[in-house]
Write a protein that binds this ligand. Structure first.
Ligand code: FAD
Length: 497
């Protein structure tokens, strides 16, 4: 009967970095949170290279940063890339200059099975309840709002859980994202295929860059080479989606022939052996991973992380977008629950900021691809912004429309293409300046619009996490919008501070 039905403040579907971060941030405000996770942790996941704002921003706010520090993950100071016009690999650092390297200018390379478990266990420590081996099948929707979920538990029993808010954090394979309305729009520009595996004994970059991600462009695409431990390396090739049949038919031969095509990765793996047992023992393929849902929330339901959108593996934005969107959604739920803000403005703020951040990375990553020069290659010629003036950019323009008139001053695909092209050119020239004059350090790069915008919100979250109230009052990101509270946990009307 209604008396004994399960009632929560929030039910979170999926215990990945998005779901566990959100669960912790709600539980920290005393809310009753249930996280339902299909698998038993630790479980495998791809997405191992992180950005500083995740570690020092969102993870600092939840309080899990100290545990991450103890876990012994590889320190990632930046990236080393064979990419662009320069035939030699170049290195960027998260520190603006080696002389003023701060305590926050690094991230980690993580084994996701370990990282995700630390985050999920932390949510439990903060008071969330987690159930493993539980698959959410659908949402309970009374037409007015989403009221809960139906799920199948470990012994096959179908159950219901009611909640004031349901959060879909169940990743790219989400079964319930459609229930928010709108559609999942797939990207043509970022439409590629990734083939990846793990190696023992691969070479390392010389110190202090030994923990850097190495990204190497070659004729058929590009490789990531991520040092997960002193001996274990994650190696993945991103190639044309059109090669799917050949690659899936014989992934082993396909990966080896791609490695043979890329002298840098071939050299780094010359003494290495591929891991063939355990969670890293098989080669995996991912495709059709670049998309966005055209709506991110409706009353009672909100999408975060890969359930909502993902751009591309290049430049490690996935876990950032998942944890950042978790923070935004947590602020919305916390402030509605506390009676500070109505549901609609609270979630409109969530959606506008999330769209903006997605838009910023989308543009940044497009300029990243556009910058690489290889006119002979099918893969690289399809990664020119000018080749994508229409269908692709129309849906992008629709997504970011209205979120920030100043930054995304564009109302059609044509002007979006022009804008991105000039951004890509500015980015490429910043790299040239950096390469030509080592004295200048990272300054030219950080000054370029693409990088500056991509780092802005992450930097803001980091400052809030470190300084709290001492940072002073927040300013709205959008005219008429809300601001973050001093502790970073709520939204407030700008004058109500
Ligand atoms: P997930 O990590 O996918 O977690 C979702 C959870 O929900 C899972 O544990 C799943 O078991 C659970 N779940 C699913 N369905 C249900 C259900 N019905 N009921 C209950 N639970 C359910 N990102 C980076 O930051 N750095 C990288 O270097 C990087 N490389 C990438 C390379 C590739 C090839 C790809 C495709 C992605 C990469 N990413 C990277 C992106 C990264 O993998 C994701 O953005 C990130 O894992 C998203 O986190 P999440 O919490 O939204 O979802």
């Amino acid at each position: 009967g209604v008396e004994d039905r399960e009632e929560w403040d929030a039910v979170v579907v999926g215990g990945g970095p998005g779901g566990s971060t959100l669960g912790a941030l709600l539980a920290m405000q005393g809310h009753r949170v249930l996280i339902l996770e299909k698998e038993t942790f630790p479980r495998y996941q791809i997405g191992e290279s992180l950005l500083p704002s995740t570690v020092h921003g969102v993870c600092k706010l939840t309080g899990v940063a100290d545990e991450l520090e103890k876990a012994g993950f590889t320190l990632k100071r930046g990236g080393t890339l064979r990419w662009g016009a320069n035939p030699e690999p170049w290195t960027f650092s998260f520190a603006v200059s080696p002389k003023i390297a701060s305590a926050t200018s690094f991230a980690y390379q993580v084994e996701r099975s370990k990282f995700d478990k630390i985050l999920l266990d932390h949510a439990v420590k903060k008071g969330a309840e987690v159930r493993h081996q539980v698959t959410v099948d659908d949402v309970i929707d009374d037409g007015e709002r989403v009221r809960g979920v139906t799920y199948t538990d470990a012994d096959g029993t179908e159950r219901e859980a009611y909640a004031k808010f349901v959060v879909d954090a169940s990743g790219n394979g989400s079964r319930i994202h459609k229930r928010v309305g709108g559609t999942r729009e797939y990207s043509e520009f970022f439409r590629s295929l990734a083939l990846f595996g793990y190696y023992e004994g691969g070479k390392r970059l010389p110190a202090p860059n030994s923990g850097n991600i190495l990204s190497a462009a070659f004729s058929s695409g590009w490789f990531w080479y991520i040092p997960l431990s002193p001996t274990l390396t994650s190696v993945g090739a991103v190639v044309r989606r059109e090669d799917a049949a050949r690659i899936q038919g014989d992934p082993e031969t396909a990966l080896q022939s791609l490695i043979d095509e890329c002298p840098l990765v071939k050299d780094y793996l010359s003494d290495a052996t591929r891991v063939t047992e355990g969670q890293y023992g098989r080669l995996r393929v991912r495709k059709d991973y670049s998309y966005h849902q055209t709506k991110f929330w409706r009353p009672g339901l909100v999408l975060i992380g890969d359930a909502a959108c993902f751009v591309d593996p290049v430049f490690s934005s996935g876990v950032h977008l998942a944890t950042y969107s978790a923070l935004l959604a947590a602020r919305s739920i916390n402030s509605v629950m506390a009676g500070l803000v109505e549901e609609e403005p609270a979630f409109d703020e969530f959606e506008a900021r999330y769209r903006r951040e997605y838009g910023v990375f989308y543009e940044f990553l497009m300029s990243f691809y556009d910058m690489h020069v290889d006119e002979q290659s099918y893969f690289w010629s399809a990664k020119k912004v000018t080749k994508n003036a229409h269908t692709e950019l129309e849906s992008f323009v629709e997504l970011v429309a209205g979120v920030s008139s100043a930054e995304f001053a564009l109302d059609d695909a044509e002007s979006a293409a022009v804008r991105m092209k000039s951004k890509a050119a500015e980015f490429a020239s910043a790299l040239d300046t950096m390469a030509a004059d080592e004295e200048k350090g990272m300054v030219p790069l950080f000054k370029s619009a693409a990088v500056r915008e991509a780092m802005q919100e992450g930097g803001q979250v980091q400052s809030r996490a470190f300084l709290g109230e001492a940072l002073g009052a927040d300013v709205p990101l959008f005219p008429g919008g809300l601001v973050a509270s001093g502790d970073g946990m709520h939204w407030l009307e700008p004058e109500a501070k």
